[in-house]
Design a binder for this molecule. Structure first.
Ligand SMILES: [Mg+2]
Ligand SMILES: [Zn+2]
Length: 226
């Protein structure tokens, strides 16, 4: 019974520095327009529509052991359109719908603030409203994340700016506001996203293909040694 503890301690002693340095990429996903339909504001659960391909996309990330972290600006809270409780309910509903199809979001983070919010409690220049990095910083305290190889995926250039700010890779989807932003605003963009794809599933396929090709040489070496 108590043997379990022993082996855990042994493993920890074996290579403490390797464990500390053992970080991996995460996928930071925008919510509205990326995981579920962009409908302006989700101010009622009836308006919530998870994209039909989202479960497949998230499950593939789960299988690759890439943490899936939703980061979403919900300034509608500060504007008084809906409550934080509704945001949390929406996240439970998204999680349940994905779970029904074998997919798991590892964490949801939201920013309810806005610098000019009518509700005083939320009227702040916070550190969490994208493109500020606050939500990502919270996540990195909880998960071991290598930001440089992580991806920020979203349907707006604001999401891309978050990615630039944290030094991660960026992927723009054509769902939600994505196509419109790309068609009409990309000429003003100081920097282009690393990836542009039709939807979240297409992004995930390309992320996984990239990470496959980056680990492949190491596997080959191992085989040769044997
Ligand atoms: Mg969005
Ligand atoms: Zn905030």
């Amino acid at each position: 019974m108590k043997d379990k503890k022993k082996s855990v301690g042994g493993a920890r002693r074996r290579r403490p520095s390797a464990a500390a340095g053992h970080t991996k990429p995460a996928a930071f996903l925008d919510r509205d327009g990326t995981v579920c339909d962009e409908v302006g504001y989700i101010n009622h659960l009836d308006r919530l529509r998870v994209y039909p391909w989202a479960a497949d996309a998230v499950r593939r990330l789960n299988q690759a052991e890439i943490p899936v972290i939703v980061v979403t600006n919900q300034s509608g809270v500060g504007r008084g359109y809906f409550t934080e409780d509704l945001v949390r309910q929406a996240h439970r509903k998204i999680a349940a719908q994905l779970a029904a199809r074998g997919a798991r979001v590892d964490a949801f983070y939201y920013c309810p603030h806005h610098p000019t919010a009518p509700l005083k409690a939320y009227r702040v220049n916070c550190r969490c409203r994208k493109p500020a990095p606050g939500m990502v910083e919270k996540a990195t305290k909880r998960f071991r994340i290598d930001l440089k190889s992580s991806y920020v995926v979203g349907d707006s250039y604001r999401d891309m700016r978050l990615g630039f700010n944290i030094g991660a890779r960026t992927a723009l989807v054509m769902t939600g506001y994505g196509r419109g932003e790309y068609e009409y605003h990309r000429r003003q963009w100081p920097r282009m996203p690393d990836l542009i794809a039709e939807n979240l599933l297409e992004v995930v396929k390309r992320i996984l293909a990239e990470s496959e090709s980056s680990v492949a040489p190491r596997r080959t070496r191992k085989r040769k040694k044997r």
